[in-house]
Design a protein around this ligand. Structure first.
Ligand code: SF4
Length: 347
């Protein structure tokens, strides 16, 4: 047995061909193994039933299959399920399965913890432990997809990168995970069913544009004036609305993709008609729509959800001024699985 077994999922198909040749195997074996690892999501070499037993043994002597495991789950009364995933290095992240009549959505994590300290977010109170590898992000999707089929008899229709972490601060792994999810070698999902959401890293928004990405893109805006936004999201001090505006214009010019602004509505913080008017103006910069999100209080945060009356007035003002608005009612609240609540509680 070699001193150190290699993580077989860190190889591209081309690299795997080289590895197979080193083992004295034919090239086409690499394609078979690759299919087991990604498309069929095998957790052991033993499952690879079209490979001979000696080859399976050779593989397990030389390589490991690092895979994220489901440690536990909690089901909400509205059908939302929150999962605790264990990484092979011991840290935990969370993912959420959100069923609705039309869609089944997986909300997945891109980092263990987060460095951005958004003041309303449970994850923001955890330290950043590390970036997830591309296969660890992919595993969450595969696991939640299997769970969706098991629990609801339907596969995933949508994936949102809105769980723990800031996806654009783990750019390379996030984009490779999307490559795998959309590739024929992986889950063959349309990129239009994937939404990446950022707290607003202007430089990386421009990079997305340069890479001409095809998935949907959302910005967690939460306020369209710098003073309020900085109170909610400290990242606004370094990536203010002027910088974001410039990045968004660049993004739209290159991708022609309509952007979604996420707007969590907090009582007496960002819920006035003046705030709504600022949002109307901001939303005119490039073609966009706005998701107004009901806030779910988290223990350490100072924010609370606004009243139904103020929320209705806010939404009415947006609609009256031509903004396309969707209202996101809270899901999975009772298991702390709703937006901003992923904080590794109660496992
Ligand atoms: S909202 Fe997102 S970026 Fe902000 S602290 Fe939470 S996980 Fe990090």
């Amino acid at each position: 047995m070699p001193d150190k077994v290699k993580n077989i999922r860190s190889f591209s198909l081309e690299e795997l061909i080289v590895e197979m040749e080193k083992l004295g195997e034919k090239k086409f074996r690499a394609k078979q193994v690759y299919e087991w690892l990604w498309k069929k999501h095998a957790a052991t070499f033993n499952e690879m039933s079209n490979l001979s037993k000696p080859l399976r043994e050779k593989l397990s002597q030389n390589y490991s299959i690092e895979q994220v495991k489901i440690l536990d789950s909690q089901k909400s009364s509205d059908g939302t399920v929150k999962y605790a995933f264990e990484l092979s290095t011991g840290q935990m992240v969370e993912g959420v399965l959100i069923p609705t009549p039309k869609r089944i959505t997986a909300c997945i994590s891109s980092q263990a913890g987060c460095s951005l300290d958004c003041k309303f977010c449970g994850t923001g109170f955890l330290d950043l432990k590390r970036n997830l590898y591309h296969y660890e992000i992919y595993d969450q999707v595969q696991h939640i997809n299997k769970e969706a089929e098991k629990t609801y008899g339907r596969p995933l229709t949508n994936i949102v990168y809105m769980g723990m972490g800031e996806p654009l601060l783990n750019y390379k792994n996030v984009l490779s995970s999307i490559d795998k999810i959309t590739s024929e070698d992986g889950m063959a999902m349309s990129p239009k069913r994937i939404t990446l959401s950022t707290a607003g890293v202007a430089k990386m928004i421009k990079k997305l544009a340069d890479d001409n990405v095809k998935f949907e893109f959302a910005l967690s805006l939460h306020a369209a004036n710098d003073e309020t936004r900085s109170k909610i999201m400290p990242i606004n001090d370094s990536n203010n609305l002027e910088k974001l505006t410039e990045a968004l214009e660049y993004f739209y010019e290159k991708t022609k993709t309509r952007i979604t602004y996420e707007y969590c509505i907090f009582k007496d913080v960002n819920d006035s008609i003046q705030h709504a008017q600022e949002l109307v103006e901001f939303s005119r910069i490039i073609p966009s729509k706005v998701n107004v999100i009901e806030y779910n209080q988290v223990e350490l945060a100072d924010f609370v959800n606004t009243t139904r009356k103020r929320m209705d007035a806010f939404i009415h003002h947006l609609e009256k001024n031509g903004v396309i608005v969707n209202v996101r009612r809270s899901r999975g609240k009772d298991v702390d699985g709703a937006c901003g609540q992923l904080a590794l509680k109660n496992w």
